[in-house]
Ligand binder design. Structure first.
Ligand code: HEM
Length: 149
C-alpha cells in the first residue's frame, strides 16, 4: 500500500499543475480572443482523467487503510480531528472537487463559443482547486500534515 500512497501523493501535483495551467489559460482567454485549441481540449481531458485516477486510488487507500471502519463509531470519529479529516473531510471534499472538474469538462464541451468554453473551465476548475487546497494534508497542518511528495 506504500506504493499506492506514494502514487496518490505524486499524482496530486500532476493534477494541481494541470488545473493551474488550465485556469490561467482560461482566465486570459474568456474574452474569446484566444481560440480553444485541441491542446486545450486534451489538457482538460487529462485533468479529468488524473482526478478520476485520484478517486480510484483514494477509495483503495480508504478501504485498505481501514478509514471506512471508523463509520462504526461516528461520535468518537467526529470528536478526533485527525480521524474526522481522513474518514470524512478529505473524502467528501475531494469527491466534490472531482465532481466539479467533471462538470467543467462536460460543460466546456457543450459550449458553442471558445470564450464560453474557457469560462466554464475557469468557474468549475477554479472552484475545484479551492476545495482541493482546503482538503489537502499540507505538511504545515498540525497533526494531520503529510510530506510534500
Ligand atoms: C483531488 C483529489 C485528491 C488529492 C489531491 C488527494 C491528496 C492526498 C494527499 C496529498 C495525501 C497524502 C499522501 C501521503 O501521505 O504522502 C492523500 C492521502 C489519502 N487520500 Fe487523498 N487525495 C484526493 C482524493 C482522495 C479521494 C477521493 C479519497 C477517498 C475516496 C482519498 C483518500 C485518501 C486516503 C485514504 C489517504 C491516505 C490516508 C492514510 O495514510 O491512510 N483521496 N490524499
Amino acid at each position: 500500500m506504500e506504493f499506492i500512497l506514494k502514487l496518490h501523493s505524486f499524482l496530486r501535483w500532476a493534477l494541481v499543475l494541470l488545473m493551474l495551467v488550465s485556469i490561467v489559460k482560461a482566465a486570459i482567454s474568456t474574452s474569446g480572443k484566444n481560440p480553444y485549441t485541441p491542446s486545450d481540449r486534451k489538457r482538460t481531458l487529462f485533468t479529468m482523467i488524473a482526478a478520476h485516477l485520484q478517486l480510484v486510488i483514494g477509495v483503495i487507500l480508504y478501504v485498505s487503510n481501514g478509514w471506512s471502519q471508523n463509520f462504526s463509531n461516528m461520535s468518537a470519529t467526529m470528536k478526533n480531528g485527525v480521524l474526522r479529516f481522513w474518514t470524512v473531510e478529505h473524502l467528501t471534499m475531494m469527491i466534490l472537487a472531482i465532481v466539479f472538474i467533471t462538470i467543467g469538462n462536460i460543460r466546456s464541451k457543450k459550449m458553442d463559443t471558445d470564450g464560453g468554453k474557457y469560462k466554464q473551465i475557469l468557474i468549475w476548475f477554479g472552484l475545484a482547486l479551492l476545495i482541493i487546497i482546503a482538503a489537502m494534508p499540507w505538511p504545515f497542518r498540525t497533526e494531520l500534515g503529510r510530506g510534500w511528495f
